[in-house]
Design a protein around this ligand. Sequence first.
Ligand SMILES: O=C(CO)[C@H](O)[C@H](O)COP(=O)(O)O
Length: 261
Amino acid sequence: MPAPLSPIDKAKYVAARRASEFVESGMKIGLGTGSTAAWLVRCLGERVAGGLRIRAVPTSSRTASLAREVGIEVISLDEAKWLDLTIDGADEVDGNLNLIKGGGGAHLQEKIVATASDRMVVIADAGKQVETLGAFPLPIEVVPFGWQTTQLLVEEALIGLDVLGRTTALRMSGDAPFVTDEGNHILDLQLGRIGNARQLSLVLNQIPGVVENGLFIDICDALVVGHGDGRVLVRDLAEGGVSETRYALEGEDNIFTEIAE
Ligand SMILES: O=C(CO)[C@H](O)[C@H](O)COP(=O)(O)O
């Protein structure tokens, strides 16, 4: 029998399960990276086994492996060119559906894939919702060549901007610098609070050596928030309003079934 899911995993699972219902046969979709996105990939794998026909562009090597494992056809973005829908997790999401992403180090591919989609849907547990972005350290992907100079340039560029802090740390994986799928490093920027996310994103991306930052401004179209009790709230910017779905735990095996909409 599988181990019981923690409340946070239940929240991630139900958000992913609800968002998987947006996927229709014939679609080309983008698959995000992270633990919430992994639930989505598993949910879609179940639907593929039941006959759903989709082609998917993963946003990381991790997601690509999982997608293949569960039977989803994987294609490159160059092959797909444009996608119907991308579903991905987030580290923070504010009231305008602007995001901080990159906790998993995949925000470069995630941003390219989300931007090449008709719609981006974010799936998250309720703890990811914030009033103002910035408590989560902002990931900045930088090329390895001269990364310490890039780090100084980043810290200098923040002087005068509406942020609380400006210290950066090189992300590590054990004793070595973390390396992204594109062969780059990540600087995690401790800001505390971001006053003007659009301005900050533009400033950061102009610095030589910076490849991409984890701010997603005006990219997300809808937010699916899961709760540990099985409730899921969907907020769609195009439709306006919030709709609620509830999933109930069935028996001891932690399989959720939908009970109300
Ligand atoms: O941006 C990401 C990876 O680069 C993830 O979507 C983000 O870190 C959320 O991860 P999780 O679903 O595990 O909480």
